[in-house]
Design a protein around this ligand. Structure first.
Ligand code: GLN
Length: 283
């Protein structure tokens, strides 16, 4: 029989060469199998795993050793202190994306009734975080992947959100005939041949959510070029981008007719978000 402590220590050893965070992974996976808190693991180090728990633990551990991201094994990831269901159909929400959410919540008044579009919503993390904070805003979340849209819808239902509408289609396709106060997106922005795409957890994520042309700029260029047609006067476009794309994204916004361009860094101090107001004449 195996105790909690033994299971953790064996798992840490086995993950040593394949995971960048063996101790954290071991603890998350064991909590997932036992359905318990971290406190429980500390409080009951000598408690024995049942045979079924031990088997299940060795199964999830094997998946991690083979390179499956923790979030896809447990089926969830926290973002903006909310729990999101994730599968390999969607990008795993990342902490740096909270920079975009934070900017939007600070910049625009909760009391105005804004029409917002979140393009390429994936798990729906951005749309849901904003919808939770500003229930009076009307949000449309779109994605070209129906599988991703299903996950986003499940997440919105689990959070009891009624102010998000989901619409299937590529970028602006589902927005025909509509105009918005705010268009936001965490588009794919990694360069196609970036070696980062074949390393670690990223390998398991949908390529369409990550890679975008030779420089990683295809989706952002399209967004900056076309957003004006779907924005009200003085509407804003806000996108996440790569740490090394600050100047390229600034130029795209400038050429797309955006003024008052703001660029923000994430918690790691890396340039990560660009926002601009549509309507060059008032600049
Ligand atoms: N920040 C992610 C990464 O580098 C990319 C996310 C994205 O393309 N939107 O893995």
């Amino acid at each position: 029989m195996t105790t909690i402590n033994q299971a953790l220590s064996e798992a840490r050893d086995k993950l040593q060469t394949t995971s960048p965070s063996p101790a954290v992974d071991a603890s998350i996976l064991l909590r997932h199998v036992l359905g318990c808190s971290t406190g429980h693991l500390f409080a009951w180090p000598d408690k024995q795993l049942s045979q079924q728990q031990a088997l299940q633990f060795s199964d999830v551990l094997q998946q991690r050793i083979e390179g499956k991201p923790i979030a896809y094994i447990t089926g969830e990831r926290e973002f903006w202190s909310l729990t999101f269901k994730v599968t390999s159909d969607v990008l795993i929400p990342r902490p740096e994306t909270e920079t975009l959410v934070e900017f939007v919540l600070e910049k625009f008044s909760a009391n105005d009734v804004l029409n917002v579009a979140d393009l390429g919503t994936g798990s729906g993390a951005i749309a849901c975080a904003i919808a939770v904070e500003h229930p009076q805003w009307n949000i449309i979340a779109t994605d070209a992947s129906t599988a991703a849209l299903n996950i986003a819808q499940l997440n919105a239902s689990a959070l009891n959100l009624e102010n998000i509408q989901f619409s299937h289609g590529q970028w602006f396709e589902p927005l025909t005939g509509l105009d918005f106060d705010l268009i936001i997106s965490n588009p794919p922005y990694v360069a196609m041949d970036d070696p980062h795409l074949s390393e670690g957890d990223v390998r398991s994520e949908p390529e369409a959510a990550l890679a975008s042309g030779e420089q990683g700029m295809d989706a952002i260029t399209l967004l900056a070029r076309q957003a004006g047609s779907y924005l009200k006067t003085d509407g804003w476009l806000v996108v996440e981008h790569g740490y090394d794309q600050q100047q390229a994204v600034y130029d795209c916004f400038n050429q797309g007719g955006f003024a008052d361009i703001v660029q923000l860094t994430d918690l790691a101090g890396l340039p990560r978000v660009t926002a601009g107001r549509y309507g060059k004449s008032n600049a």
